[in-house]
Design a protein around this ligand. Sequence first.
Ligand SMILES: [Zn+2]
Length: 79
Amino acid sequence: MNSPYCCPNCKTNRSRFNIIRQEAQAVKLDPQTGNVIEEYNDQPLSPFHLSYNGPSYRVQCASCGLIEDERTFIKFGER
Ligand SMILES: [Zn+2]
């Protein structure tokens, strides 16, 4: 967060934002019921289970409510 943000939707907010931390929990679900069978914490994921590789947080404009990746706000903040 060392770059100025600007909301691409309302185009006026440059100062009021909510930082949403994203913490992925890897789980294995029962295909029939949707119940969690297993939660992976420190143990290795099962084969074919990709680990989370998305951004660690997203940003919400606290003026209009838009939620986007940080880079969207930074890109608009450069103008
Ligand atoms: Zn906005």
